[in-house]
Design a protein around this ligand. Structure first.
Ligand code: SF4
Length: 446
């Protein structure tokens, strides 16, 4: 008997073109298994006694952008005025107040805070100061090891960056995506090359403890020469960490709508093999420059100093309160997502209801698999960690998967650790499906 690994690897050869659909595995069980019925149970979760031993994080979703990128699949708004934005931020704080007063969160302070989007840096300095001031009143940040803030380079001024530092942001993440203005324009990004350099210069001079640069391998019209130029410019800047995503084309993107209108099945972006080759090339160049690859997407300049608390805590089962429209939470073993429409979200908050729209109460086995697949994205898993936390013998429980990976030369062992090769790490999201429970395999991952 073989696991799905061999089938996945064989199928991959015939599906090298980038077709429409989600590639990235963000959570487990897949969202298709979350239900509206389960969302009804979220209120009662908050009444449980506090669990101070479980690390806690807070995510705030800012769904506003200057314009919509052609590859974007998030629900973002480009037309909200200052009053509507204020209404949204107030609603987010009313939501946080609800959590802050709940028995489950008494005596618990966030270990990490994350502002994602959308474009958090779309907010003005005064909006940011008011928002974070209120957040800290409700749930103080003095125990937070990391505060991450996602930015679009064209929205950053020196004054805004100084305000972010004063607010307590420790990890600034710049959505560079590509250094070439023409490629940025073709892909519908709002910023251009000059804005990247200007924003990076200000951020460095202000002295953020950590600056991350996001890149996307395989944007529309990316070429090998241009990709090499992206690597060269990244090395020139010497960011503390570099995150590289492989371009995917989910169904709700502008690129997919154009494909559909033209009757095409294949997206106008590089093949998966080419994209993996580009990430491989970038990782090799970064390693040659002293960086360390710490996941299938990330390289860091100094692993002793540069951590990513949000990722590491979340992937090890921390609780996460997700605030704002369409945000994802993971609390006391239950996954839930907030209402996905702006008006529905505001209406729920104004009516004093929790805005949860779909949820899934995980079993102990699902929580174990969730941590396994998320930690495999780091390229290695510790067997003793899983034995201690879940009482599972990882080697025996997934014996067939490990054996199949070894047969294809994709897995090694290092004492307690099972370790993916670089080749496996670059296609890790494809391989993870083989670790899903049988009832969760073969469905669309949305
Ligand atoms: S900046 Fe990010 S969230 Fe906004 S449209 Fe572009 S990809 Fe989407």
């Amino acid at each position: 008997m073989s696991s799905d690994i061999l089938e996945i690897l064989d199928r991959e050869k015939d599906h090298d073109d980038t077709e429409a659909g989600n590639y990235f595995v963000a959570n487990y069980p897949p969202f298709a298994y979350w239900t509206t019925e389960a969302a009804g149970g979220v209120e009662s979760l908050l009444e449980r006694p506090a669990t101070p031993e479980v690390p806690l994080g807070v995510y705030f979703h800012v769904p506003f952008c200057r314009k919509r990128c052609h590859f974007c699949y998030f629900r973002v708004y480009t037309d909200k005025n200052a009053e509507e934005i204020k209404g949204y931020l107030d609603a987010g704080m009313a939501e946080l107040e609800r959590y802050a007063n709940a028995p489950l969160f008494q005596g618990r302070k966030p270990r990490f805070v994350y502002f994602g989007g959308g474009t958090p840096s779309y907010l003005s300095v005064s909006q940011l100061q008011a928002l974070t001031g209120r957040m800290k009143e409700l749930m103080p940040w003095d125990a937070a090891e990391e505060v991450t803030f996602e930015c679009e380079p064209g929205t950053l001024t020196e004054q805004k960056l100084s305000a972010l530092r004063e607010i307590g942001v420790t990890r600034l993440s710049l959505g560079v995506e590509n250094f070439d203005s023409r490629i940025l324009e073709i892909n519908g990004r709002a910023h251009r090359t000059a804005e990247i350099h200007r924003a990076y210069g200000y951020a460095r001079s202000i002295g953020f403890p950590q600056i991350n640069i996001d890149l996307i391998a395989g944007m529309v019209e990316e070429t090998p020469e241009n990709w090499r130029e992206n690597i060269r410019k990244t090395l020139e800047l010497q960011p503390d960490s570099v995150t590289i995503y492989q371009m995917e084309v989910p169904y709700n993107t502008g690129i997919y709508r154009e494909m559909k209108a033209a009757g095409k099945l294949t997206a106008p972006v590089a093949s998966w093999q080419t994209k993996r080759g580009w990430v491989d090339e970038a990782f090799a160049a970064l390693e040659a420059d002293g960086y360390t690859v710490t996941s299938g997407y990330t390289a860091v300049r100094d692993p002793a100093r540069t951590r990513f608390v949000y990722r590491d805590q979340l992937w090890a089962g921390a609780d996460l309160i997700g605030l704002g429209v369409a945000s994802f939470s993971h609390v006391a073993g239950t996954h839930f997502q907030n209402l996905p429409e702006f008006s529905q979200y505001l209406e729920a908050i104004r009516a004093g209801r929790l805005p949860a729209s779909r949820a899934h109460i995980t079993t102990a086995e699902e929580r174990m698999i969730r941590e396994l697949i998320l930690q495999l994205k780091l390229g290695r898993v510790s067997c003793s960690y899983f034995a201690d936390k879940f009482g599972v013998d990882l080697r025996a429980r997934f014996g067939q998967q490990w054996s199949d990976l070894k047969t294809r030369g994709l897995l090694g062992e290092d004492g307690d650790r099972l370790q993916l090769t670089r080749e496996a790490l670059l296609k890790v999201d494809t391989l993870l499906h083989a670790f899903f429970l049988p009832q969760h395999r073969g469905t669309r991952y949305t």
